[in-house]
Design a protein around this ligand. Sequence first.
Ligand code: NAP
Ligand code: ZN
Length: 352
Amino acid sequence: MATMTKAYAAQTGDKPLAPASIDRRDVGPRDVQIDILYCGVCHSDLHTARGEWPGVVFPVVPGHEIVGRIVKVGAQASRHRVGQIGAVGCMVDSCKDCAACGKGLEQYCDHGKTVFTYNSPDKHFPGKMTYGGYSKSIVVDERFVLSVSEKADLAATAPLLCAGITLYSPLKHWGATKGKKVGIVGLGGLGHMGVKLSHALGAHTVLFTTSASKVEDGKRLGADEVVISRDEAQMAKHAGSLDLIVNTVSVSHNLDAFTNLLRTDGTLCLVGAPEHPHPSPSVWPLIMRRRSIAGSAIGGIPETQEMLDFCAERGIAADVEMISIDQINHAYERMTKSDVKYRFVIDMSTLK
Ligand code: NAP
Ligand code: ZN
């Protein structure tokens, strides 16, 4: 059995998103049903809805920064209660059995069975894909539902579910802390959370932006220094000095400009996932200082809860621009122009 649920979907990559109806499964023994209050808008939603990434299957219902009210829990589900606030990020299932899942790294499931919140094969509806949070309601295995305090600013918390954890995880993994110099590249949804989180972890934080208009905001959000990345003289001042750079840029670009800024053994961690590959990086800046280029995908479920609790204790949330669901196509247009301050969040009560 399934319930028809209102949603917003892209039917093809070249058409705007429009109202649609989708099936949601009935609540199973270990499931939780959430009525969605807010859904953040990630650039990954745009990449997917426009078919920019390989393997996209239409229709696509994007949305993986979901916060809402728990309205039903299965008979054997014990982690959440009806009436509480529940949140869902980029994953809704995995094998739960392999070494990676055992370590709470479900995004790196050894069996490749990570089920992403949208555009992953849906084992509950064979032949169909999962549908995300641009919808009224969602049913999710309780293990993939995060807890959020009723007292939190729920709209500003939604972006933590992807943008927040995608920056928190590499910052923790590569040891961003007091005494370290950390660069964040790009001041969009991910980047603005990176600046806030790196600052909160105590690192000396340098924002690299292409937008001169974002310099003041960068400092307000927690950057100790802001560098215009297209200004070679400004970039040169930081040569060989950064321990870690997390690059959130959503389009392909020359990475050498950033590898050259790393100190010996420093790491450039790529989290941005552009449609087209970056030009091949030069080997010499890597070889001569044992520098690394790495990647990182979101964060596991336990670490996501840790990040939510870390942010709640420190009053950290996203800077959001609230939109109604019928403004989503305009919001995508603005995102392609680097014009969002700094995360769009959809008020899902506007989906009628
Ligand atoms: P966003 O809000 O659109 O921000 C992207 C930022 O990149 C822009 O604000 C801009 O910052 C910079 N940028 C844009 N065009 C540029 C250009 N031509 N040259 C240099 N910089 C440019 O996007 P987002 O939601 O933060 O997502 C960023 C990327 O991360 C996307 O590719 C997304 O799919 C990916 N992502 C990856 C993961 C993961 O797990 N690895 C998770 C979520 C998202 P400035 O104006 O400051 O230059
Ligand atoms: Zn995302």
